[in-house]
Structures are given as structure tokens and as C-alpha cells.
Design a protein around this ligand. Structure first.
Ligand code: PLP
Length: 404
């Protein structure tokens, strides 16, 4: 008899955001006029920029004419996009990355979930706690988790690196050596980021213990402070220990359009095997390429107008981040993040649990946020608000939260 993949049976509960969606749907049904404001899920609200829209229209027209029609895209991405990324995101910043080290995909969620496939099934995985749940769940599905320990809210075989107020939400090197280390900066959910100096220490550590860092830089565009690294390849030695994942979702509003990329340097090896070739093979076998139309839209982001427009888009959301951060701080909340990231990580008042605070905000203020405990046990007692709403909703939400 055929058996289902037993690893899936170890996944815990529903995906965090499905649970939230169900609670909100039930509340909305019972209170249809509540005027709920959603600052929970990290989805954007502003339209695609004019340069992107114009590139989309023009690419659609290309598809209408046999002379300019495009069928299957190259598995690894069109050269016009790979070269723009390698040049502007990396070489212009002094990072030595070649065009063919960029792999175009449909987004950072897929890449950050799939990348573990090119490593041994017994690779020891280290994740931050709290963490973007995809890194954990994808490794549970792949059989690396061991058993779920209910009393500790953790899996037996993962290494958890607590990110707490005490360590300024910066993970410390674990006692046990990991093989795969997931780092995400600027961080989801804490909104905190890392200094170049500290990231260099992580790179040195990974090279020393022959581990690979999976560096998720989906929020790179939100960095506003000067000593914050935009890429792990700004660190010396990162080409031999790091893979970087990025997205067009949060800088250019592509959440519904879908585009991202992963950088795998050719110098990166796992026990002597070049990972570049493995990821190319994986991509070629399981993925038929991001659509031409979407890659054209992605390339428009790298034009001078595109760059100007996405800076305005990021600026719009960061104004919300400022409103949330300052509004809550002035009202006496303890708040983190919100400076180099579109997330504000606040301490729940009066020692409330994260889910109790969620229920309180939904019931009495009609605001949806994300309970910190949904991102891991060390997220308990915290709550995430996102800056991706409209100015009007964000202003109204802060007014409602801070009024007595
Ligand atoms: N990585 C992190 C840390 C995220 O927070 C998100 C989305 O919220 C993603 C990746 C997913 O990005 P994409 O829309 O490109 O799949």
C-alpha cells in the first residue's frame, strides 16, 4: 500500500497566516461593520510603479507577434535580467558576483523552501527563534527535524538560536556545530538588522566549521542606515560559505506578480561538491523559468526610472513604519525594528501572551497583527505589525491602539 510522506505529519498546526485568516474571517462574519484594519500579513498595498507597468504592457505586446513571441524562458533566467542584477545589486557595491551566478525564480518563498534540497538529508539545520516559518517547515518536510517536543515547542533535531531583547535580537553562534545556517537580515519578524562587522564574524565562523549560510535578504531595499550590509557578499570569504536569496516582492511590490532570485557562487562547495551545479540542475529539472513578461517587468526595476520609483515605494512604507514606531513608543510601548525594515516588533503590554494580545486588538480595536509566538517560542510576549498598509489605515490603526 502506498504511504504518504510521514515527515508532513510532523508539521505543526496550520501555517500561521491561515490560522490568523480563519480567526479574522470568523470575526468579520460576526461583526461585518467592524472596519477591520489589517497590519498582519506582509503583503503590499501600493500598485506597481509606472516603469514596471509600462514594461508589462510592452512585453504583452511582444507575445502578440510571432517575431517577438517568447515561449519557455531559459531555466535559469534571461540574461538581460541576470546581468542587470549582478551589475547593479552586486558589482556596483563591490561584490564579485558574475551574471551566471544569479538564478531567477518566482520568488524568495520558493527558493528559501527549496534550497535545502541540494544538501544532505542529515544536514544539521540552525534557525533563528523567532523565524520566518518557511525555513523550518521545508526542513521538516525533508525529514531533518526529528520529533516535535510539545513542552518546549521545538523540534528535537534543529538548532534554535534565540533572538531576544537580551542579545538585541542578534543570534549567537550555537554550541553545537550546524551544517546549514538560515539568517535573514533585515529580519522578518523582528525588523532588526545586523552590522557588517557581525555578519563578517558569521562568515568567518561558517568558513571555519564548513557550514553554509542561507542568507535571506528579501528586505534589503529597506536598509536606511549606513553601516548595515546590503548583501552577505560584502563580507570577505562569503563566496565560499554563503547563498543569498532575494525577492522583488517588497522593494517593487511584486507579491502578486512573482519574481525573485538566488545567488550561488561557483566557489561554494559542500564536501568538495560545487553547489552552483547542483542548484542549476535542480532548477533545470523542476522549474521551467519565470515568465518572459515578468522578467521584463523585473528588468524595468533596474532602469533609472524604475530605481527612482521603487525608492518612492519603499519610502511610502517606511513612513508608515515611522508612524507605527513613534506612535507606539510615545504611548509607552517597547518597540523594535521599523528603521531598516517594514516590520515593527513590539512587546505585548502587561505581560499578555502574543495570542491574547492578538485577540484583544481584534476584539476591541479591530486591528489585525501577527502574534510573535507564531514565529517561534522566543517570539512569545511579542507582536508584529507591518508597515505595508496605506497611510490612512496605518494612521487610524495607531490612533485606535494608543487611545485609552
Ligand atoms: N523571505 C522572507 C524573510 C519573507 O518575509 C518573505 C515574505 O514575506 C519571503 C521570503 C517571500 O518572498 P516572495 O514573495 O518573494 O516569495
Amino acid at each position: 500500500m502506498v504511504k504518504a510522506n510521514a515527515n508532513y505529519g510532523r508539521l505543526q498546526g496550520n501555517y500561521l497566516f491561515s490560522t490568523i485568516a480563519k480567526k479574522v474571517a470568523a470575526y468579520t462574519e460576526a461583526h461585518p461593520d467592524a472596519g477591520i484594519i489589517r497590519l498582519g500579513i506582509g503583503d503590499v498595498t501600493q500598485p506597481l510603479s509606472p516603469a514596471v507597468i509600462s514594461a508589462l504592457h510592452s512585453a504583452v505586446d511582444d507575445m502578440a507577434d510571432a517575431k517577438t513571441f517568447h515561449g519557455y524562458a531559459p531555466d535559469l533566467g534571461y540574461e538581460f535580467l541576470r546581468s542587470a542584477i549582478a551589475e547593479q545589486d552586486y558589482r556596483a557595491r563591490g561584490c564579485e558576483i558574475s551574471d551566471d551566478e544569479i538564478f531567477i525564480s518566482d520568488g524568495a518563498k520558493s527558493d528559501s523552501a527549496n534550497i535545502q534540497e541540494i544538501f544532505s538529508p542529515d544536514a544539521k539545520v540552525a534557525v533563528c527563534d523567532p523565524v520566518y516559518p518557511v525555513y523550518v517547515d521545508s526542513n521538516v518536510m525533508a525529514g531533518r527535524s526529528g520529533e516535535w517536543i510539545e513542552s518546549e515547542q521545538r523540534y528535537s533535531d534543529f538548532i534554535y538560536m534565540p533572538c531576544t531583547e537580551a542579545n538585541h535580537f542578534m543570534p549567537e553562534f550555537p554550541k553545537e556545530n550546524p551544517d546549514l545556517i538560515y539568517l535573514c537580515f533585515p529580519n522578518n519578524p523582528t525588523g532588526m538588522t545586523i552590522t557588517k562587522e557581525r555578519l563578517q564574524e558569521w562568515v568567518d565562523y561558517a568558513n571555519r566549521i564548513h557550514a553554509v549560510i542561507l542568507y535571506d535578504a528579501a528586505y534589503e531595499a529597506y536598509i536606511s542606515e549606513p553601516d548595515v550590509p546590503h548583501s552577505i557578499y560584502e563580507c570577505e570569504g562569503a563566496r565560499t560559505c554563503a547563498i543569498e536569496i532575494r525577492s522583488f516582492s517588497k522593494n517593487a511590490g511584486f507579491t502578486g506578480v512573482r519574481l525573485g532570485f538566488t545567488v550561488v557562487p561557483k566557489d561554494l562547495k559542500a564536501d568538495g561538491v560545487a553547489l552552483h551545479g547542483l542548484w542549476a540542475r535542480r532548477h533545470g529539472t523542476k522549474y521551467n523559468g519565470a515568465p518572459y513578461i515578468i522578467q521584463k517587468a523585473g528588468a524595468a526595476v533596474y532602469t533609472p526610472e524604475g530605481q527612482k520609483e521603487i525608492r518612492q515605494l519603499v519610502g511610502y512604507y517606511m513612513e508608515n513604519a515611522r508612524m507605527i514606531y513613534e506612535g507606539l513608543k510615545d504611548a509607552g510601548y517597547t518597540v523594535y525594528g521599523g528603521v531598516n525594515a517594514p516590520y515593527i516588533w513590539l512587546k505585548t503590554p502587561d505581560g499578555m501572551s502574543s495570542w491574547d494580545f492578538f485577540d484583544h486588538l481584534l476584539d476591541s480595536k479591530h486591528i489585525v497583527g501577527t502574534p510573535g509566538s507564531g514565529f517561534g517560542p522566543h517570539g512569545e510576549g511579542f507582536f508584529r505589525l507591518t508597515a505595508f498598509g496605506t497611510h490612512e489605515n496605518t494612521r487610524e490603526a495607531i490612533k485606535r491602539i494608543t487611545e485609552a
